[in-house]
Design a protein around this ligand. Structure first.
Ligand SMILES: [Zn+2]
Length: 474
């Protein structure tokens, strides 16, 4: 029996107890990145909170299958199908081909995604892999009367739905007003303002790089259709949870539901999970405002990406979070204290299973109760202070890390290794590093290499970094 699990379902606008369609199993879909630029730390916050969600579900006893798309075609600069094609704009900006841009930014995305301790989805599918599936869905929507061809493009007809605004008509209508204001130009082919493109053939992008044959002419898919198709391709006609950032609620998720349920003829996904923005002092983080703050950039500045994860875990996913270096520095101090505390724990006998179970229950209550991650870290602090032996505490740190993924034990081991080094050996190492630096200065690379080899023989590995030479015992 899985632990009771609840979270805020945007569709019903309240915290609800979660019940999957199939007992013990969860199918989940995540909207992936549009790979035309770097993902900023606000985007990564969304993926950290989704990672906590899947790991908390696993902690509760569920078997989770998760699918994510990579948007490498069809996403225009306004989510409402107007403006520039994001991929094309990226390629022009950097004088590269669209596929080069897609590859480069997909790799950059996963480097940051992995660095913050996230588990990769079971299936990751680029949109350009699924063109026949998109065409098939558009054909069915036309046949069923939910779509129309105008000016060479295929549009979804939102007036055919009883209830288009499924999340909250107030929120959605407001977002639509903003969208209309931002529109570069109104699309005269649309019958209704909320109609959206399923397939483009005639567009203002004459030099669109990626085009495919279709029954409506050579063209490319709209953005929303890809998530519906990729989800159905790998997870079937029903999914339990669909995830995204609050920005995706309208129009993207609203449109995904419109086309999926019209195509299927039944309800598609019961639970919708959305996490909130990351702000800085000037407001919501975005890619259009100057330099993009990425996890890699934080790393270059000397911050451990897991400290950024820890910083995110201290606040609730439904609240906007304000980023500042002062706040991040506080997270560094708190994280280092935790690592130090963990490094002092010794394997001192048998684990007290009763105490372990009690704490695990408290921890599960926190993470399975609308992802209360700050409460979960409090349970971790309490466990470290508890009146029990070190072996039990170590077992608890390891257990909680299945969800928190802060690698406290790994960091603690590195710390205690440093502290355990024999002072004589340390003196020898520092002396050797100095001799090597001198040899390199004299361009005597043979000697420099020989010193490196000599250290390696003693079990010491050295690395040249921007902050100087670092060494560690291997
Ligand atoms: Zn999506």
């Amino acid at each position: 029996m899985a632990h009771k699990f609840s979270f805020y379902n945007t569709l019903d606008r309240r915290v609800e107890e979660f019940t999957p369609r199939e007992e013990g199993k969860v199918s989940m879909y995540t909207c992936g990145p549009t790979v035309y630029h770097y993902a900023h730390i606000g985007n990564i916050r969304t993926y950290i909170m989704q990672d906590v969600l899947i790991k908390a579900l696993a902690y509760a006893g569920y078997d989770v299958k998760r699918v994510m798309n990579i948007t490498d075609v069809g996403h225009l600069s306004s989510d409402a199908d107007t403006g520039e094609d994001k991929m094309l704009a990226g390629a022009k900006r950097e004088h590269k081909t669209v596929m080069e841009i897609a590859k480069y930014y997909t790799d950059a995305f996963f480097a940051d995604f992995d660095a913050v301790g996230n588990k990769r989805p079971d299936v990751i599918e680029p949109a350009t892999n699924c063109i026949p599936e998109f065409i098939n869905m558009v054909e069915t929507l036309l046949k069923k009367g939910y779509a129309y061809v105008a000016g060479g493009n295929v549009y979804f007809d939102t007036s055919k739905l009883k209830d288009y605004y499924v999340f909250s008509s107030e929120v959605e209508k407001e977002a639509l007003q903003v969208g209309v204001r931002d529109d570069v130009q109104e699309d005269a082919n649309k019958k209704n303002k909320t109609d959206f493109v399923l397939w483009f053939t005639k567009s203002k992008f004459e030099d669109q790089a990626l085009k495919w044959d279709s029954p409506w002419g050579v063209g490319y898919p709209g953005w929303h259709i890809e998530c519906s198709c990729i989800s159905m391709k790998h997870l079937g006609e029903y999914i339990d949870i669909h995830c995204g950032g609050v920005d995706n609620i309208f129009p993207h998720h609203t449109n995904e539901i419109a086309q999926s349920e019209s195509y299927l003829g039944h309800e598609w996904c019961k639970y919708w999970f959305h996490s909130n923005h990351l702000n800085d002092k000037s407001g919501k983080m975005s890619k259009s405002k100057g330099a993009i703050l990425t996890v890699s950039l934080l790393k270059e500045k000397g911050y451990d990406p897991l400290v950024y994860r820890f910083f995110c875990l201290q606040s609730h996913y439904r609240k906007p979070l304000e980023f500042s270096y002062e706040a991040l520095d506080q997270a560094v101090a708190a994280y280092n204290k935790l690592v130090k505390r963990a490094s002092e724990l010794k394997e001192d006998g048998a684990v007290d299973e009763k105490v372990k179970k009690e704490f695990e229950e408290k921890f599960a209550d926190a993470v399975c109760g609308d992802l209360n991650t700050s409460m979960a870290t409090t349970v971790l602090y309490d466990a470290l202070k508890a009146d029990t032996n070190d072996a039990t505490k170590l077992a608890l740190v390891e257990s909680f890390d299945k969800v928190l993924s802060l690698d406290l034990i790994g960091h603690a081991k590195a710390l205690s290794q440093d502290a355990d080094v024999d002072p004589e050996l340390e003196k020898f190492i520092l002396d050797a590093i100095e001799r090597r630096a001198q040899a390199k200065k004299n361009k005597d690379f043979a000697t420099a290499d020989a010193i490196r080899a000599e250290l390696l023989e003693k079990g010491v590995e050295i690395k040249d970094t921007r902050e100087g030479v670092k060494w560690q015992l291997i």
